[in-house]
Design a protein around this ligand. Structure first.
Ligand code: FE2
Length: 577
């Protein structure tokens, strides 16, 4: 048995994953455990949970794979540095960074309290974009695929195209710093006042409220020509330390100012965070998203021309742009896609480990595409958390529990739905979710007023029973990880007001019974009662990382105006004593 730990550390979305005999056994992001959103330090808790899940000790681990390699693309780094001499100190830091990774055993001794003598593993440093690609390809069912990873940057690369076949991933084209589609998107997000790491998804939701006022600016700002992305450097700052990103003392990721003063000179001051969003910001978001999609599709079409393979695997932070993903089938020749549920940098832990695992496998593994790879909690644990917090409960068998929850949904209640293992990746996919009836016109406002307190323009998402997808949406390709946005058919928009965005779209999760039987049964029961095979789903949290433990779910239930809490077979509301 080959046991491999994958790690993403000192980078956004610190995480760890355990792969045994080529299969993903467990994976979790550190933010779920230490409650620091986008934690970017060392994933010490995640590593310990990986071992605990499979009853392993550190001396059982054969390999540790890290999702970056500072010496990758060194020739490009040196060439770029000599053209931009202010970056010379960065190049010198590569040696220090390399040593940090080489010193993994010392780090594990300090952070996880392991004994040096117990660590016999071999360390592997896997180039950032190879690890991204591996996370998608090895979890897909494809024997071969065209691969593309697109992000801000990692190991000096911003986009990598690959041929993925059998066990191999062969890079065929790379785009390097500073030309980055992710940086382009993040820079404009900053300018319009969304400056936190990870705010890009909010701007994607804002875009449909605007119009294409800034078309000329964005045509001038970024182009894709001759296989290269070209950013107009007049609009961007020069990359500083670590390609514009830094880690704060609390372990969160910061991004330096990415846009140049030319933008403010030409288009006025940037919007300050938390101030009113005006038409200008909406129009910037619209034009930004449109240009992003055009370049995204250009890249994909170029990839298809280079590979002639109709299967596509995608990863990297830009692959979380579900609006762009929803257009792949209309504007490219790809017929099937697989996007890793943790497409961002948290997914590097799985990708790096799977890449190493292939060396020890006879044929391609792992095809474990379940996103439910985190912790599970015992009946005893849940019951003691409820008792400790003085929450009354009923313990119901599954059908009774589901009927009670569907009753509540039909009565317009908001339900905290917690079951089984937590989800891998940024989306709540029905195991740590807040759910409700999608047909109440005021449900979005209720959720925002009572629990989520997020920007009113942001849409809530639908989960649909997969067999009804083409009845409700204009496309029927599956989207099991909520990574595609499709148009909702006109006749359904008025029946689904709480999940129908202003442009008549929904960021859907398609659900097969085999993937989550209890959630499937819940939605099927809701459908039988209402003739709507869709529920509203949003992450179980209140301005924090998604809840991980029963204790966190109970605390969120108690401090918000959530009506019902269903944790595995425990049913609670605020009147049960
Ligand atoms: Fe990345």
């Amino acid at each position: 048995m080959t046991k491999i730990l994958g790690i993403n550390s000192f980078h956004a979305g610190a995480s760890a994953a355990l792969i045994i005999d080529g299969k993903v056994e467990f994976a979790i992001a550190e933010e779920r455990l230490n409650r620091v959103k986008y934690f970017s330090g060392f994933p010490s808790l995640s590593i310990q949970e990986c071992l605990k899940y499979s009853n392993l000790k550190i001396n059982d681990i054969d390999h540790i794979a890290v999702g970056r390699n500072p010496t990758s693309n060194l020739d490009k780094k040196i060439f770029y540095t000599f053209k931009n001499l202010h970056l010379l100190p960065n190049l010198l830091k590569i040696k220090a960074s390399k040593n940090t990774l080489d010193d993994l055993k010392t780090l594990l001794e300090k952070e996880c309290d392991f004994k040096f003598k117990d660590m016999r593993f071999e360390t592997h440093k896997i180039e950032h974009h190879i690890a991204h690609t591996a996370s998608a390809f090895y979890n897909s069912s494809f024997a071969s695929a065209a691969g593309i990873t697109i992000d801000g940057s990692g190991d000096f690369v911003t986009c990598m195209m690959t041929i993925c076949k059998d066990k191999s991933i062969i890079p065929i084209h790379k785009i390097y710093v500073p030309n980055s589609l992710g940086t382009f998107y993040s820079a404009i997000c900053q300018y319009i006042g969304f400056e936190n790491y990870g705010d890009e998804g909010k701007v994607m939701g804002l875009a449909p409220l605007g119009k294409d006022t800034y078309r000329d600016l964005f045509l001038n700002m970024i182009n894709y020509e001759g296989g290269n992305l070209i950013l107009n450097k007049n609009y961007f700052t020069k990359f500083g330390n670590n390609q514009g990103i830094y880690i704060r003392e609390d372990g969160t990721m910061g991004v330096s100012k990415l846009y140049s003063d030319k933008l403010t000179t030409d288009y006025g001051p940037a919007r300050k965070k938390n101030t009113e969003i005006g038409q200008k910001e909406k129009d910037f978001a619209f034009s930004l998203q449109k240009r992003f999609e055009e370049i995204y599709i250009d890249l994909l079409n170029d990839l298809y021309d280079r590979t002639q393979n109709k299967n596509l695997v995608l990863a990297g932070g830009c692959a979380l742009n579900s609006v762009a993903n929803g257009k792949i089938y209309d504007f490219t020749k790809f017929k099937k896609t697989f996007i890793h549920p943790a497409a961002g940098d948290d997914g590097l832990a799985v990708g790096a480990a799977l890449y190493v695992a292939q060396k020890y496998e006879v044929k391609k593994q792992s095809i474990n595409s379940s996103p439910y790879l985190g912790k599970k909690y015992s009946k005893k644990n849940i019951q003691s958390s409820l008792t400790k917090n003085s929450v009354g409960f009923l313990y119901l068998e599954e059908t009774k529990l589901i009927n009670r929850v569907v009753d509540d949904m039909c009565n317009g209640k908001v339900i905290g739905w917690f079951q089984g293992r937590s989800e891998w990746g940024p989306r709540a996919l029905g195991n740590r979710s807040i759910i409700s009836h999608p047909g109440f016109p005021n449900m979005k406002d209720i959720l925002n007023a009572r629990i989520k307190k997020r920007e009113p323009f942001r849409p809530f998402a639908p989960i649909v029973l997969e067999e009804y997808t083409d009845i409700i949406f204009e496309r029927s390709e599956s989207s099991p990880y909520m990574l595609h946005v499709y148009k909702i058919k006109k006749e359904w928009r008025s029946k689904l007001p709480a999940v129908n965005h202003i442009d008549g779209t929904g960021r859907l999760q398609t659900l097969k019974e085999i993937d989550n039987p209890r959630l499937y049964k819940l939605i099927k029961t809701f459908y039988e009662r209402t003739t709507i095979p869709v529920i509203l789903n949003t992450s179980f949290n209140e301005n924090e990382p998604i809840v991980e433990t029963p204790e966190e779910a109970i605390k969120c239930f108690l401090r918000t105006k959530m009506d019902t809490l269903a944790i595995d077979n425990f049913y609670c509301n605020k009147t049960i004593r």
